[in-house]
Ligand binder design. Structure first.
Ligand code: BYC
Length: 466
């Protein structure tokens, strides 16, 4: 197992102590990162002591440590998961060859683009969530928010490490640019669309961490298969932290729905109690799920084909040997394609070109399991309402369905039908105003805003009023 240097200014298991040039470059970037955090992160809470988990190692058990820390003093470290010395490439054109420890020239631009795109989402999400602390439904949730935020900061460090180590001067420039772009900025926005959408309230936050962080899981998992070993090992370790973010989302949406169902069971109208009606929640689910599907890119993509062929990005769990053809040259993928006369027809494309769609399918199946769990809980309250994930064609802005209109059930519709109905399918201004009115700030230990049920336990197995 690699040694973790926890005493270093930048905790790491990548041997920074022995690489003075890299250490100097990263130590030059560090104050810029801190300035960004202080300006664009959860700024008003920088003097507070927060009970946070910090990564301190890469072993299976005991990889993290909990303690009180002021967020700007959080020890953002660089960690690579351990891996075999003689790892082999297990998919794509170079199947069976040795995994690369340095970037092959022919893939330099493509790899840099993937790393920059991944890295850009991390600070973007912190920026999107920066005001939520002011209207936290409980101290428990406030802590969770900050946990997610500092770990997204660490994920940025992980990508910056790769850029500084393997991409020379342009890598350093890209690392700076990630602090210059800002979520929602008119002139210099974040790269991917969903990372420019506002997260104004905790329902947005929990839907985002359920659906958008879960895109993160699938993208990181596909990069964790990469033939570029440092990228594979970096993203593998990021996945360890990512699980908590998705749990925060799933539990958060579940707790809001639970509270609404509880009130309904008592014969109360959630809208009169400062709680969130289930149809309104459904519209937020529709919004964040469809926005997150866009993050997979186009379903028919030459970029995806080339990334797969080059061994840069694999399928979900590619290394587990679950796919028949690790070169993906023999099969095709059947798409539903919209036609100009308002219908949908099936078309086969070579599997490699459908790699984004294949990853998206795995993601959708995962999201369905989450929704089924929420629905089971609603049933325990004798609630008839059930959440439904919209069809993959609904409300898409990227890929083969963008520019076409579909209902949540996946039926092609015309513009007039869309205009007439979309207020029933996606959050309206009235919904946003109502949700905003529910966002009361609660900071007494063990107390929760009326729209959300308490969790089953506190952080790190502490009591709920911790
Ligand atoms: N918005 O060939 P196409 C996370 C661009 S989330 C704007 O169809 P491709 C996290 C695309 O860049 C995970 N632009 O798709 C979650 C391309 O532009 P160029 C983040 C978009 O390239 C929560 C053009 O359209 N990680 O970690 O195969 C909190 C044609 O693209 C969008 C990654 O994304 C969009 N939605 O796939 C914190 C992994 N979609 O290059 C963190 C790295 C596509 O022609 N990124 N475009 O100028 C990738 O693997 C790929 O870049 C994508 C796109 C999957 C995003």
């Amino acid at each position: 197992m690699s040694t973790v240097d926890l005493e270093a200014k930048i905790p790491n298991n990548v041997g920074l102590r022995d690489n003075k040039r890299l250490t100097m470059a990263l130590e030059k970037w560090q104050p810029k990162f801190l300035d960004w955090w202080k300006g664009m992160g959860p700024t008003d809470f920088n003097e507070d002591q927060v009970y946070l988990r910090t990564a301190v190692g890469v072993g299976q058990g005991g990889w993290a440590h909990f303690d009180y820390v002021k967020m700007p003093d959080y020890r953002w470290g660089i960690f690579l998961a351990d891996g075999p010395e003689d790892r082999k490439i297990h998919f794509g054109d170079q199947l069976g060859e040795k995994a690369w420890q340095t970037v092959p020239g022919e893939f330099r631009n493509r790899l840099r683009r993937l790393i920059v795109t991944q890295g850009d989402t991390e600070p973007a999400s912190v920026e999107q969530q920066r005001m939520l602390g002011h209207c936290c439904p409980s101290l428990y949730d406030l802590r969770s928010l900050f946990q997610v935020n500092v770990e997204e900061g660490r994920h940025l460090w992980a990508m910056v490490y790769l850029l500084h180590t393997h991409f020379g001067a342009d890598g350093r420039e890209e690392a700076e640019a990630m602090l210059d772009r800002h979520s929602g900025d008119q002139d210099n926005p974040r790269i991917l669309e969903a990372f420019n959408y506002p997260i104004d309230n905790w329902l947005d936050f929990f839907c985002f961490t359920t659906f958008t962080d879960r895109d993160g899981k699938y993208q990181l998992a596909s990069l964790a298969e990469s033939s570029f070993d440092p990228l594979a090992r970096t993203t593998q370790f990021m996945l360890t932290e990512e699980a908590y973010h998705m749990q925060t989302g799933e539990n958060g949406v579940g707790r809001i729905a639970h509270r609404t169902a509880e009130l309904m069971k008592e014969g109360k109208d959630p809208a009169q109690e400062g709680a969130i009606p289930l149809p309104l929640m459904q519209r937020y689910i529709n919004h964040w799920f469809s926005a997150s599907m866009d993050l997979f890119g186009g379903e028919d993509s030459t970029n995806a084909a080339e990334s797969f062929a080059g061994g840069l990005k694999g399928r979900y769990r590619e290394g587990d040997g679950i796919y028949k053809d690790p070169k993906a040259l023999e099969q095709s993928y059947t798409h539903e394609l919209p036609t100009d006369d308002g219908k949908v027809e099936e078309k086969d494309i070579p599997l490699r070109r459908a790699m984004n769609a294949v990853l998206l399918d795995a993601y959708i199946a995962d999201c369905k399991r989450i929704v089924a769990r929420w629905n089971r809980d609603l049933k325990t309250h004798n609630c008839d309402f059930q959440f439904v994930l919209p069809d993959h064609k609904f409300n898409r802005h990227q890929g083969v369905y963008s520019g076409f209109r579909f209902s949540p059930a996946g039926e092609p519709i015309d513009e007039a039908a869309w205009t007439h109905h979309h207020g029933q399918w996606l959050p309206t201004q009235e919904d946003r105003d109502y949700v905003k009115s529910c966002m009361v700030r609660v900071t007494e230990p063990g107390k929760f805003a009326n729209y959300i049920a308490p969790p089953s336990k506190g952080p790190n197995d502490q009591p709920i009023d911790f």
